[in-house]
Write a protein that binds this ligand. Structure first.
Ligand code: MN
Ligand code: MN
Length: 467
């Protein structure tokens, strides 16, 4: 090696392709892990399904509902389900909780199409549903694709009815129609953001009229009759429902080399799965390891199941109580001494849209887990920004574990921006840094990740819990 080459190797920070020089053994592990991840995605399209499937995985791995534990000891594994929409899991550490915890928080909700409360109508003998989109979407991307229907209807007597239609190959699917190009001269002149408008996102639900021709709105009646026969529900029950329409596509390997995953909802189900799987490998850590799968990230972190909720404090109190560690200041001490990862995706460089990215500071698929010191818009507005001490600690952990990482931010300055739940944890008094997986086509119905990065996140999160 020449002197200059040696010096460059020592001084430069180069983002290297993670696929290079991997052993056959590691490659096998990466692809196996990705298969398991895709399996999880296919049965976890909504935040409620994320929670129910994750809970099932936790139970299989020896975790117990914290309600069922009288006392807690080091090595105990517990979880706490909040309204079926967010979940907190912990492996109790050797040190007292007030020495701080290691928290990794991801979100299970993803952009989607929700039903309005009075969704049913009929137009020209086609039964339709009114919707209200959830999260930041480019609306035109959600038309003329197969959608599946997921959700819960709750009756006044408390009865819950779970609905899932469109995931099995024999199920019907649904769609939102877009206008044919032949008649779209006016639409095509509009700005892209107005091409398909919020009130255009109506779902086609059925087209066969009910057999009694003495009534009006027979197609709507027929659809409601089918729902009533199958689920025992009526139109008014949709007032107390949460019905989400999501892409009916299955998660698939993407690319001739199978190197990527194409799937709906990888923001942020990729971090849910990797943070959860990482926790399963932890036995009696020094500090209590906590995995959070939160809800409502895509709409601003609020609500009873969002990361701002005091339900999280309730979980910590419960752990403090059951280990006889609770005092009036214990909760605050615990938070102040804790360190956290806000596990969320970042915008991966997209070769189709190079002008949106600044090459030095974007993430690239296949180059490892991201470290995002700050998010926000314009002059870092809305960012909690991680202290450099916290970033250094994360570097130490990843380097010791041999996890490849890349520092990045979301696109070019002033091109847009975004935020994560990092600030909700930082505001509680803990040091927190964003770290996750680069995604191409984020918030689209079909997001793209690299299997290498998914595996790197899993290994990185596991190392963080260990500290
Ligand atoms: Mn996210
Ligand atoms: Mn998002």
């Amino acid at each position: 090696m020449s002197e200059g080459k040696e010096l460059k190797e020592k001084l430069f920070n180069v983002k290297k392709n993670g696929w290079e020089n991997q052993s056959d053994e590691t490659l096998t592990e990466i692809f196996k892990f990705a298969d398991e991840y895709m399996y999880y995605l296919n049965s976890s399209k909504t935040e409620k399904e994320i929670v129910s499937n994750s809970k099932e995985i936790l139970i299989k791995n020896g975790f117990i509902d914290i309600e069922q534990k009288e006392t807690l000891e080091a090595g105990d594994k517990v979880f706490y389900v909040n309204h079926g929409r967010s979940l907190y899991a912990a492996v109790i550490g050797e040190e007292p909780r007030t020495n701080g915890m290691r928290i990794i928080a991801a979100h299970g909700d993803s952009p989607r199409i929700d039903l309005k409360q009075n969704p049913f109508y009929e137009d020209s003998e086609i039964a339709m549903l009114k919707t209200h989109y959830y999260g930041g979407i480019k609306k035109y991307q959600w038309t003329n694709i197969p959608l599946s229907m997921h959700g819960t209807v709750v009756k006044p007597n408390g009865e819950r009815i779970e609905i899932s239609i469109g995931e099995n190959d024999i199920d019907p699917v649904f769609t939102i129609s877009d206008l044919l190009p032949h008649l779209a001269a006016e639409q095509m002149e509009r700005k892209l953001k107005d091409g398909v408008q919020g009130e255009d996102l109506n779902i086609l639900m059925g087209s066969i009229p009910y057999s009694d021709d003495t009534v009006t709105e027979r197609v709507k009646l027929n659809v409601l009759d089918l729902l009533n026969q199958k689920y025992g529900i009526t139109e008014v029950d949709f007032i107390s429902s949460e019905i989400e329409f999501v892409p009916a596509f299955k998660a698939r390997s993407l690319g001739l080399d199978y190197s990527m995953v194409g799937a709906y909802g990888q923001d942020d189900k990729v971090c849910c799965y990797t943070a959860l799987r990482g926790l399963l490998n932890i036995e009696t850590p020094k500090k209590t390891a906590v995995c959070v799968l939160t809800d409502k990230e895509e709409v601003g972190f609020n609500g009873v199941t969002g990361m701002c909720t005091l339900r999280f404090e309730d979980f910590i109190h419960e752990m403090l109580d059951k280990k006889s560690e609770n005092t009036p200041s214990a909760l605050q001490r615990t938070f102040t001494k804790s360190k956290a990862i806000s596990a969320d995706v970042d915008a991966g460089y997209d070769p189709n849209y190079p002008s949106a990215f600044e090459r030095n500071n974007t993430s690239y698929i296949g180059k490892g887990i991201t470290i995002v010191k700050y998010t926000g818009s314009r002059g870092k507005s809305g960012a909690s920004e991680a202290p450099s001490e916290m970033v250094a600690e994360l570097r130490r952990i990843y380097e010791n574990a041999g996890v490849k990482y890349q520092a990045c931010e979301l696109g070019k300055v002033d091109k847009g921006g975004g935020g994560t739940i990092a600030l909700t944890l930082a505001n509680r008094g803990m040091e927190v840094v964003d770290s996750g997986v680069p995604v191409i086509g984020m918030h689209s119905p079909y997001e793209i990740t690299s299997k290498y990065d998914v595996y790197a996140a899993y290994k990185g999160y596991e190392a963080f819990y260990r500290g």
